[in-house]
Design a protein around this ligand. Sequence first.
Ligand SMILES: [Mn+2]
Length: 284
Amino acid sequence: MTELHFLGVPFNSDGTPPEVEHPPRHLRYAGLLDRLSSSRSIRDCGDLPIPAADGKRDSSNGVLNWPSWQAVTGGVAKSIHEILETGGWPLVVGGDCSILVGIMAGAVQVEGRCGLFFVDGHGDFHTPASSPTGEPADMELAVLTGRAPSPSGAAAGALLNDEDVVVFGIREYDGIDAAPIRVLDSARLTEGDLVTAVQDAAALISDLPVWLHFDVDVIDASLMPVIFPAGAGLTLDQTATLLGTLLKTGRVIGMDVSCFHPNLDHTGAATAALIDLLTKVLAK
Ligand SMILES: [Mn+2]
């Protein structure tokens, strides 16, 4: 059974430092690793150091906090490379979605061509020109497919082909509808049988090792408080079915959990729900 390697990357690309909010540490204290270890082997790889953000949009490319994003991307890529190379299965807890660029850079170094199951409430497909803030977490999927400046110095250009990406659960497109990328938005995902819809979409990239990106804002904001809620989201059961069906394809090489905000979870209900969800879908 593949060992889970838990890695914390508490980077928020808006510049909020880990001292203010630290999702991996919060989930450790709340018992996530203990719960996961009841059904499978897990190793805690600790948390990556997060450099201070400068709070500025880069003068040449318009991306906010560009030097810190570059540094985090390099560190994440190195860690993912090491975990995959030793046969581990990375479970990365962010931070926000901007960490996905370093993850895919590391995965592509080890696996070659990779696919991506992108589960999110938003397309995250802005460019520095269209993003109001220039925040990296607005644009990581545009970066990965070669449409926005990449902080991954070692891999200029696209890390992923459009046809190797499938997007699930979005309510806000952020311009991704103009690209030839397969999207099953929240409405289409839930209009018929969820399992069949997910299996059919996942089969489109059936020959590749695939990363699973999970932005918790795919869940309805009444169940999972987030900074940028986007219309009616999925229930917890629907989210478990979606993630579980993707994981059951047997092709997922690792997963990230992004944009969870412990500071917004005033009752602890969202923390408990997220731990239950991850324990359920990752059980072997
Ligand atoms: Mn996102």
